[in-house]
Write a protein that binds this ligand. Structure first.
Ligand SMILES: [Zn+2]
Length: 504
């Protein structure tokens, strides 16, 4: 049971007794909001493990993890709001990162033509609103540097972009704090709201008011509620249902950032590797725990040296089921070509534990399981080659992996694997990839059945053994859409399939 105390301006004496009191809100650019953010940071620095850096370097010599450039928000002394771009040799370690939507509108960027000008001075008033707000937040948090991709990467220099995009995951993971402009659709939306609102508690969990009078005769109300009741939402919808949550790149920005201040339309949220907090102090979502299904739980799993097989199997499950299936494959990318690049930072972090070849989104480690993905619902395919057909990265579709039985036995033997990298980054884009396996090939009948789903009529293929009538399961056929046209009833065909694994 938590107790909420509505004490108006008197403050929160209850907090001195360890009771969580509901906080009144004004707006996210208010003095109180900045004070709350600073308290969260201090508490995290003092009491959490979040300051510990993720080791992302595979080979020290080839991988310089810090951003090549940063924006100096104190370049011209007090009172001057202008900023400038500075080169970074790794000495400017404390910086803020911005996570935001570029959107469809024109973004203020650095190009080779404007590089010298950006290094001389950037007029504060010419910056788009989101950039201006993040400059303000950076200053208020007492940090001198901020990293914004549009300004710190030379946008028309493909080489510079390749070099910095490899580091993208590391740049977020080494940031002092990440500012997430959750509700902004583009760089003009800004970070701040104009009026904050408390989170809605579920219908069956309305706070119970206890009216009383203080010793000095003032009326006082204490609200009681149970935070464990009706908490079906895993995280605040302000974060997970936001425009930012739809962006492909944000998947790794969020998982790898050690601390995030979420600027949402309703209020400020804090997310670090140990906790998720709301400015109003309410938690009408599931209590964050150590499970890998939450962002902070997941990031914690990436720490340490998980060299034991059980730990590795757990991490592999997290990679396929949580990172790719539940998060990344549901997000959108502006450039189809970014599919592997936008997740390369997390792949690098996982790769440190697996010590296994990365095969365009899959791992050579336990390949039978990696290959057993299937897509859900609608699919689109990129025009240009992006990944081999056996990888989920070859499609733009929601994908999923089956629950693996502990009795599952691999039925293929990996003989050889081959990856041709496009950029030299072992976790980045590929121009070719194949695997050579030995295993059993069987024949089966597959039957197409039309099913009425939310999105319209869909075709489901059921597989039957050569002799039996019992279905072996459902399969996805590459030409679902073709077979759908004008067909009635069932369609049957024979297929040859490779047995990946077998239960027991
Ligand atoms: Zn923390």
């Amino acid at each position: 049971m938590w107790v909420g105390v509505d004490l108006g301006d008197i403050g929160d004496p209850a907090e001195a007794f360890g009771i969580t009191a509901k906080r009144e809100l004004s707006r996210t650019d208010s003095e109180e909001s900045f004070q709350t953010a600073l308290r969260w940071i201090e508490n995290c620095k003092e009491n959490h493990i979040c300051s510990k850096r993720l080791a992302l370097k595979s080979r020290e010599s080839e991988f310089l993890p810090w951003p090549s450039r940063l924006i100096d928000v104190e370049a011209f002394g007090e009172g001057d709001r202008d900023v400038r771009l500075v080169e970074n040799d790794g000495s400017k370690e404390r910086y803020v990162c911005l996570s935001y939507c570029w959107g469809q509108s024109k973004t203020f960027t650095t190009t080779s033509r404007f590089l010298r000008l950006r290094k001389t001075r950037i007029n504060y008033s010419t910056l788009p609103q989101t950039f201006r707000d993040v400059v303000t937040i950076t200053r208020r948090l007492g940090v001198r540097y901020v990293w914004i991709d549009a300004l710190c990467i030379i946008q028309d220099d493909r080489l510079d972009w390749e070099k910095e995009s490899v580091k993208m995951g590391a740049i977020y993971s080494m940031a002092y704090i990440t500012i997430a402009a959750d509700s902004g659709r583009d760089c003009h939306s800004g970070c701040f709201n104009t009026a904050s609102t408390s989170q809605e508690l579920s219908f069956d969990n309305t706070p119970f008011p206890l009216h009383s009078t203080t010793p000095s005769g003032e009326a006082s109300t204490i609200y009681l509620w149970d935070p464990t009741r009706g908490t079906t939402k895993p995280t605040p919808p302000e974060i997970d249902g936001s425009p930012l949550a739809e962006r492909g790149w944000v998947c790794q920005e969020r998982i790898l950032s050690p601390r995030i201040l979420h600027y949402t339309t309703s209020q400020l949220f804090w997310e670090c590797r140990q906790t998720l907090l709301a400015e109003d102090n309410l938690r009408p979502w599931s209590i964050y725990d150590s499970s890998s299904t939450t962002v902070c739980g997941l990031a914690r799993n990436l720490y340490g040296t998980t060299q034991d097989p059980v730990g590795r199997a757990n991490l592999l499950r997290i990679w396929y089921n949580h990172v790719v299936s539940e998060s990344y494959s549901r997000r959108k990318l502006t450039r189809a070509d970014d599919k592997l690049t936008a997740i390369s930072g997390i792949a690098r972090a996982f790769g440190r534990h697996f010590q296994s070849t990365y095969l365009a989104g899959l791992w050579a480690l336990d390949l039978p399981w990696g290959l057993s993905w299937r897509r859900r619902g609608l699919v689109s395919r990129p025009v240009e080659y992006r990944a081999p057909a056996f990888s989920w990265a070859s499609l733009d579709a929601i994908v999923e992996w089956p629950v693996v039985s502990t009795k599952s036995v691999a039925k293929i033997k990996v003989v050889d694997v081959h990856v041709e990298l496009s950029s030299g980054d072992p976790f980045g884009r590929v121009s070719g990839c194949w695997v050579k396996v030995e295993g059993y090939v069987s024949r089966a009948r597959v039957t197409a059945r039309k099913r009425l789903l939310a999105g319209g009529v869909s075709v489901v293929w059921e597989m039957f053994g050569e002799m039996g009538q019992l279905p072996l399961g459902t399969v996805f056929m590459d030409d679902d859409e073709v077979d759908l046209a004008g067909q009635d009833g069932e369609r049957l065909r024979w297929v040859e399939y490779l047995v990946l694994s077998h239960d027991g």
